[in-house]
Design a protein around this ligand. Structure first.
Ligand code: PAF
Length: 289
């Protein structure tokens, strides 16, 4: 695996790849890799021959400076994991390389109105800006994002469509620990007790599935049942438990079409998110989480 830090080196490395007619798959990350990230690389291999990953902790997407400062970093471990997973080019820019100047930003309306968009001002603008830059640097054929960050993934899909980025976006399923906790680099910051209590989030999604299967379609009934489970786990605070339509991520009172049930909860200083996609095609609810 080649590790490069300069934009010019990414371009020159990939020029040959493109000339050889090989498709480029790209997984942007903020590092502290786990099995969830590696599953994105596996997914990317289905659509491309050359795997590129970036690691860049993007300050401008952190609405809370403390969250940025505490973001876990272990580059040596990341390099070993990415290399084993088949990543051929690793782009690890520093801040000066990425933000020589910072007056231009990219944003997406509507899809960012609710959920994390409402709770983390400026967050998505930072994400779309860095992802646009990374797409322009790497120029991938395909890029894979995890369902865990569903609002990010759906909005990036819209961004590349509206702005004509020639890249296909794939949304890959959330990878979970054996006990149901959605994998996240932030899990490393949970104390054993917080981690244990945080299992209530995935438990609440299982409850939502149970209710949907028994015929419940009302968002209020579903989120109330989820809230009870999460409140019983003594969270530090609940940011949101919401039901939105998949198409535009606007609130839905009743689940009639493809939807997302999503939660964001703090345990201590760590904010965890999780979600379930509810697909109503074919008559019944198909729950993906
Ligand atoms: O999902 C993430 O890790 C980040 O938001 C991303 C897409 C790498 C942009 O910084």
């Amino acid at each position: 695996m080649e590790i490069v830090r300069a934009i010019g080196d990414v371009r020159s490395h990939l020029a040959g790849v493109r000339k050889a007619g090989l498709r480029i798959g790209f997984v942007p990350t903020m590092g502290f890799l786990h099995a969830g990230h590696l599953s994105l690389v596996e997914e990317s291999k289905k659509y491309s021959e050359i795997q590129v990953m970036s690691i860049f902790v993007n300050r401008i997407q952190f609405n809370d400076p403390k969250d940025f400062e505490n973001y876990p970093v272990d580059l040596e471990r990341d390099f070993a994991l990415a290399c084993d997973a088949g990543v051929e080019l690793m782009f690890v820019p520093d801040e000066r390389e990425m933000y020589r100047d910072r007056l231009a930003y990219v944003d997406v309306d509507v899809l960012t109105d609710n959920l994390c968009g409402a709770r983390r001002p400026g967050h998505f603008r930072g994400v779309f800006t860095v992802v646009s830059k990374l797409f322009n640097i790497v120029q991938p054929d395909v890029s894979v994002f995890g369902q865990k960050d569903i609002q990010q993934a759906v909005s990036i899909e819209k961004m590349v469509g509206d702005l004509d980025f020639p890249v296909r976006i794939i949304i890959a399923p959330t990878v979970r620990e054996d006990d149901g906790l959605a994998m996240s680099s932030r899990n490393a910051r949970l104390s054993p007790d917080e981690r244990n209590r945080a299992l209530a989030i995935s438990r609440s999604l299982r409850k939502a599935e149970e209710l949907l299967r028994s015929g419940e379609r009302g968002s209020e009934a579903i989120t109330t049942a989820m809230r009870k489970i999460i409140e019983d786990s003594n969270p530090t605070s609940i940011d949101y438990i919401s039901v939105v339509r998949y198409a535009d991520l606007q609130f839905a009172d009743v689940i009639r079409e493809k939807s997302v049930i999503a939660a964001a909860v703090f345990y201590g200083a760590t904010r965890l998110i999780d979600n379930m996609i509810v697909d109503m095609d074919g008559g019944g609810p198909r729950c993906l989480y």
